[in-house]
Design a protein. Structure first.
Length: 110
């Protein structure tokens, strides 16, 4: 059954090719992760200067593209590259700046 053998070789080659393309895409910064957004609940903001501090802290994370902090809502809306950063890192950074962040269940966080 020569044709059967050829078929399995073809299958192996195509599988290897697919894996190669996936590895290439994943390693290439041009194909970095999708832009995602999250709304964080930020506790501990006591004056109008606080949102600026939170924004500055979040903006310093590599992969964060946009930050909007609302003092009134006690929230931070962050757009980020999911290939470079994640929500856990944002929470860590905000906590490090002296505030308490958590994922807002009311927002479109995921
Ligand atoms: Cu303040």
């Amino acid at each position: 059954m020569k044709s059967m053998k050829r078929l399995s070789i073809m299958k192996a080659i195509s599988t290897a090719l697919v894996l190669f393309v996936i590895a290439f895409v994943a390693a290439n910064p041009l194909f970095a992760g999708e832009t995602k957004s999250v709304t964080l609940k930020v506790e501990g903001m006591t004056c109008t200067l606080c949102p600026k501090m939170v924004k500055k802290a979040l903006s310093g994370i590599e992969g964060v593209k946009a930050v909007q902090v609302s003092f009134e809502k006690k929230e931070a809306f962050v757009e980020y590259d999911e290939g470079k950063t994640n929500v856990q890192e944002m929470i860590k950074v905000v906590d490090g700046a002296g505030y308490k962040a958590s994922v807002s269940t009311g927002g479109k966080a995921r």
